[in-house]
Design a protein around this ligand. Structure first.
Ligand code: GDP
Ligand code: MG
Length: 600
């Protein structure tokens, strides 16, 4: 395949605007998957993706298309991408393999926050952008208004916009011809020595490490030796091919193609995403890679049952092979034992990681209150990065003198009637307004600089409830800013529970402390003695609750003498015990950690 017959493109859009459905239709239209066979959102393979109806991992599929105008067969690589802000890293990575994008917008919802974010990712990567208004079959569709928004925000010419329904098939015939006409072919050179960009990697039970690559220059053949520009390690290519959409061996990949390589790597750690692979013993200039994933949220991940540490270790190792955007280091906690400190791209990413640990690897985990990464400076001039609040300490000789917290630039798009309440929400969250523009007669785009901490925790739900679901929201990282932060400890009978410590803004410490104590009181089982629940900054207690003693007799529920029922109850109680963590003399049920998660 000469590069001029190849097109590489992504589908980008706000969540739910129909990317995965459009991908299905294009795969059917080109005969890559059979119509009516397989499930909808064919490329969403993970169980989490199916259950949540969202795309988490970008997926590539190669299609062959007969273009009627020049009667030639084109090779098209389509990359379906996630829409949620947590996974924008997947999007920017996918764009590195593309020359163009289909920018999808829902015909009734119009331009939303992630539409804006994704547009600018594509624009900054200098890709051709084909605007597509989808879901025009909906009774509430208003394509003219969406065109107006596209014009006013992105300066997109209304005549360039395609109209489709991925549901009924309306307008779909135009999509691939437009891709061929408007998106340039890959620019690499077949004559140059092989250079390819490592886009993604995962571990396959049978094949071992599978790398997704974009061949930028030259040709990749089965049997050659390739080397990593990052590590200098070399490998023999055992298998190459395309994703059609399943792995399909082709023995060669040409300039401009996107495909897979299996090259005897032992672990996905060797397959560094963004690395350049080239022929062994041939010097090449490495390709510009990607900037590494930025971890927005950190949390401790511990085995629900202390003895399972090795099993959890194994599960995390395997899962990080498939999701390299999670950072992992070992830590230990007085309350929870041995575990890990993991860095995530956001709370949804963290949830998905937990769900995958449980579903795909059978691991039961407890996680600690998530935190954003802070920087603290001590009186002796030293600075520390704090990813675990429990690890933050100060002493008279080493006082905290300054702290910084990460901030984000947030984009909110909302019907204008909610602007007032959203401004109140943002100022409660310590936000600073940067922009306020009308994008059409009734919709407003707001830009706010906000502390990341205020955004990752529950902001999205508040925003949705204030605006009855009509506002959308996205953010990108901004700089670290000086802030007045304190460590809030939670004590049970006077003993701090390290796994529940958090860092909060001083102005909010009391309120947060009170809420945490109340919450904990509700969750903790009453035990055989009284429990004092306290929140404290240093030695100063800012909130307090107490839980009175109770003797629990589960068997009281059993009338009569049904032995097997009694045994069942006792076993259930034992099961419950196993899921407890003992802090000093107090048993904390696993749910306590789970439900405190969102609210600190
Ligand atoms: P993604 O998040 O952008 O990948 O969106 P999905 O492809 O998962 O689609 C989200 C929802 O919109 C699904 O319930 C689809 O069935 C639905 N949908 C997608 N395209 C259309 C369309 O053209 N018309 C209508 N009415 N619904 C659509
Ligand atoms: Mg999707």
């Amino acid at each position: 395949y000469p590069p001029n017959l190849i097109r590489n493109f992504s589908i980008i859009a706000h969540v739910d605007h129909g990317k995965s459905t459009l991908a299905d239709r294009l795969l059917e239209l080109t005969g890559t998957i059979r119509k009516g066979h397989g499930q909808p959102q064919y490329l969403d393979k993970l169980q989490v993706e199916r259950e949540r109806g969202i795309t988490v991992k970008a997926q590539t599929a190669t299609m062959f298309y007969d273009y009627s105008l020049d009667s030639r067969k084109y090779l098209l690589n389509l990359i379906d991408t996630p829409g949620h802000v947590d996974f924008s890293y997947e999007v920017s990575r996918s764009l590195a393999a593309c020359q163009g994008v289909l920018l999808l917008v829902d015909a009734s919802q119009g331009v939303q926050a992630q539409t804006v974010a994704n547009f600018f990712l594509a624009y900054e990567a200098e890709l051709s952008i084909i605007p597509v208004i989808n879901k025009i079959d909906q009774p509430t569709a208003d394509p003219e208004r969406v065109k107006e928004q596209l014009k006013s925000i992105f300066d997109i010419n209304p005549d360039d916009v395609l109209l489709t329904s991925a549901k009924t098939g309306l307008g779909l015939a135009e999509v691939l011809p437009t891709v061929i006409e408007r998106i340039p072919c890959p620019k690499g050179s077949p004559e140059q020595p092989l250079r390819m960009l490592l886009l993604d990697s995962y571990y396959d039970e049978y094949k071992g490490v599978v790398c997704h690559v974009a061949v930028v220059d030259g040709t990749l053949k089965k049997g050659v030796k390739i080397a990593s520009a990052a590590t200098g390690q070399s490998y023999e290519v055992n298998d190459v091919g395309i994703l059609h959409p399943e792995l399909t061996s082709t023995s060669q990949l040409y300039t401009g193609q996107v495909g897979y390589v299996v090259a005897g790597m032992r672990s996905t750690k060797e397959a560094r995403i963004g690395d350049t692979l080239h022929l062994a013993r041939t010097q090449v200039e490495p390709l510009p890679g990607f900037k590494p994933a930025k971890h927005m949220v950190f949390a401790g991940v511990y085995p629900a049952d202390g003895s399972d540490f090795d099993a959890l270790n194994h599960a995390i190792e395997r899962l990080t092979c498939n999701d390299a955007s999670v950072s992992v280091s070992k830590e230990s906690s007085g309350a929870l034992g041995m575990g890990f400190r993991c860095g995530f791209l956001g709370l949804l990413h963290m949830d998905v990681f937990h769900q995958r640990l449980e579903q795909e690897y059978g691991a039961q985990v407890i996680s600690t209150t998530p935190t954003v990464p802070y920087v603290f400076e001590y009186s002796d001039g030293s600075k520390v990065n704090v990813q675990n609040p429990a690890a933050l300490s100060s002493s008279p000789g080493k006082r905290i003198v300054k702290c910084w917290e990460p901030t984000v630039m947030a984009t909110i798009i909302t019907p204008s009637e909610y602007v007032g309440s959203l401004m109140t929400l943002c100022s409660e969250r310590r936000g600073e307004q940067i922009e306020h523009t009308f994008i059409d007669g009734q919709r407003v785009l707001l830009k706010y600089k906000l502390p990341l901490r205020e955004v990752v925790i529950d902001f999205y739900n508040e925003l949705k409830s204030i605006t009855s679901g009509y506002a959308s929201f996205d953010y990108e990282e901004s700089e670290m800013e000086a802030s007045d932060l304190v460590k809030l400890d939670l004590l049970l009978n006077g003993e701090p529970v390290d796994a529940l410590a958090c860092i909060v803004h001083r102005s909010k410490a009391e309120r947060v402390g009170r809420e945490l104590c109340e919450k904990l009181k509700k969750i903790l089982d009453r035990q055989l003695f009284e429990i004092a629940i306290q929140a404290a900054i240093g030695s100063k207690v800012v909130a307090r609750e107490s839980l009175s003693a109770l003797r629990k007799n589960v068997l009281a529920k059993c009338y009569g003498g049904d032995v097997s029922r009694k045994r069942k109850l006792l076993e259930k109680q034992k099961e419950g015990k196993r899921r407890m963590k003992r802090v000093g003399s107090v048993d904390i049920p696993q749910e306590a950690f789970h439900s405190l998660l969102r609210n600190s």
